[in-house]
Design a protein around this ligand. Sequence first.
Ligand code: ZN
Length: 472
Amino acid sequence: MKHRYCVLNVVVALSLALFLSIPAANAKPASNDIVALFDGGRAFFQVQALTAFGPRVAGGDQEKAAAQYIASEMVNYGLEVTIQEFGIDYFEELSTPVLERVSPDPTIYAAGVDFATMTYSGSGDVTASVQAVDLLMPPTGGSTSGCEPADFAGFAAGNIALLQRGTCTFYEKAVNAENAGAAGVIIFNEGNTPGRTGLLFGTLGGPGVTIPVVGTTFALGEGLYTLLQAGPVVAHMDLDTISEPRTSQNVIGTLVGTQPSQGIVYIGGHYDSVSVSPGANDDASGVAGVLEAARVLGTKGHRTKATLKFIAFGSEETGLDGSYYYVVENYDEVSTSGIGMINLDMIAVGDVLQIGNIGYVGGSGPELKDFTQEKATAMGMPWESFAASANSDHTYFEQVGVPAVFITQRPDPYYHTSEDSVDKIQVNTLEANGELATAAMYDWAKNPLLRAKKAAKIKKVHVHHDKVRQAD
Ligand SMILES: [Zn+2]
């Protein structure tokens, strides 16, 4: 054992000697060059350019226009660019929904309090009689209301179906109602347990139902049911939605490495945003970092051994659809050649730089995360480690075993609000985090095999160092 320590001491000495012998005389660019080349002003300009499209909702025209812009920028930097299209389920509610009781006792229900549009509901402006379908009142067990087509045996076409939550999906209930000729559907919370009395926010899971469908509180449904025991009830529903299959797209720029067999390092950010937000920090900031990294590494002759891929993901906000599609569609490439993935999501607002990953067991391992954290320290940047969740585009890369790091700045008080606008962007933060990501990508890809060996040695030295400390 002692002997081994001696060998390791030699390794340490050699490493130090090598390190110290790389002065400015060495022409090969290192992180210092990246820092000098990465231009925070240019990155900020990209945030402005992306937010100028308006909210870039997944599947929408603004998202498509932004994709074209990103692609043209990447082409300008000399990258090979492809646009990868994929299908998504699109849903948008165009106006505040209406649900009211016309008779008896006209009553206007409050959207978001008494009722809510089900995601992927169809549209319609309907005034019709309410008809109860196989309700379990009082709710003593599990309701099967509307789960079987036979539930609608006596249903009068053109009526609004009053259904109760339970047993089958909202989609099955709504489709059975639509097939029976219902003009609209009200599904009230089941009422059989305390957790099933409040406002029912539901989703139909995807497009397909063309009539308006709302979820309600148990109280609202119970009230309609009680009135129906005494006589006819007429309701008015007015929902204005778009629920349809659409396409979204990833924009992929590639710089082929000098030794492509050494693998691929990815850097990515998502360019879509939520509908209520300009999406400046979330995530025009990350895409700006990706674009400026692409410009620096694409135009300055910095060729790495590993191939570099710069990806602007579409449809992140809908559930990581773009990055999921990329990993699944390019499964062989990602799982066999992916040696690193840097995800930039929200990098330009807040006081604290966080660097972490999910750390799936059997997945990515910590290597690129550690490498990036060490680089941040070396660059004089304060940072904190964090356990990332499966909430951004690193997720599926990690799941197939790619060493990943998620770089993000916190906290952002404007997250997913109309206030996430260009004026909140901290240009210095955008620049520093972009430099870190670009330097990490470059150095990770520059010489993957040497880097891997060096990482192994560093690990052993750390073990040795601990032993020495214990001896002290
Ligand atoms: Zn985001």
